[in-house]
Design a binder for this molecule. Structure first.
Ligand SMILES: [Zn+2]
Ligand SMILES: [Zn+2]
Length: 225
């Protein structure tokens, strides 16, 4: 069994355990442990899927979705929205090219993404164990040129990948590759850029809310006799 499948199996086991205790009032020790474990395996699954299938693969979309689901249970909203956003971006790329039921799948992911964006979970969030926190903040693993038929990998033979300046989600080893891929990428580029803008706007909104919260707290303190 490939390593990432084993990781996925383990993750399912721990996720099932943490699911036994839905919507508790707080994260007790046992639940904290299971959720950290579920996140650990989910991250491992994602990294292995990236390594074996590339970061824009169907399986990575599933991995980001799975990770977002656990992050939501852990009430880590910002990270949830980020990973669901990435899943949506990949779905836009991967499923558009398929013929059967692909748009349904994208719609389903978009609904989930919108739900995560617009619902506010209760304030308490999971305490992350150190290695899990580090794993969640690490950037994506190795990437290859996104032009079909080109197999240049970043960092190999002096290859440096350049981002598509419009959507920042495709990367190419050369202007030639970017030009060659443009007819395939044109449509999705627009949609992905739109999703990226929404994600940015959300970040701004969150920052504004945090600022307001802090201001309110200060006012409260100031009004104390
Ligand atoms: Zn290339
Ligand atoms: Zn683009």
């Amino acid at each position: 069994m490939p390593e990432y499948q084993r990781a996925q199996k383990e993750y399912r086991k721990t996720n099932a355990l943490s699911g036994r205790n839905k919507n508790p009032d707080h994260f007790d020790e046992r639940r904290t442990h299971h959720l950290n474990e579920a996140l650990r395996y989910s991250l491992k699954f994602l990294r292995l899927a990236e390594k074996n299938h590339g970061s824009n693969s169907d399986i990575c979309c599933v991995a980001h979705q799975g990770l977002a689901g656990i992050l939501w249970t852990a009430r880590l909203r910002e990270k949830t929205v980020y990973h669901m956003g990435v899943a949506l971006k990949i779905a836009e790329k991967v499923y558009r090219m398929q013929t059967d039921g692909s748009s349904e799948r994208i719609d389903q992911i978009r609904r989930q993404y919108d739900m995560y964006r617009t619902t506010t979970p209760s304030a308490e969030c999971l305490e992350l164990e150190d290695d899990v926190r580090a794993g969640l903040s690490r950037n994506s693993a190795t990437r290859k040129c996104d032009a079909s038929g080109c197999n240049q990998v970043e960092g190999v033979d002096g290859c440096t990948l350049m981002k598509c300046s419009k959507c920042a989600s495709q990367r190419y080893c050369s202007p030639e590759c970017q030009r060659a891929e443009w007819p395939n990428h044109k449509g999705q580029c627009k949609r992905i850029a739109a999703i990226a803008r929404e994600m940015e706007a959300d970040k701004g909104e969150q920052k504004r809310k945090n600022k307001e919260d802090k201001k309110f707290q200060r006012q409260l303190k100031g009004e104390r006799p």
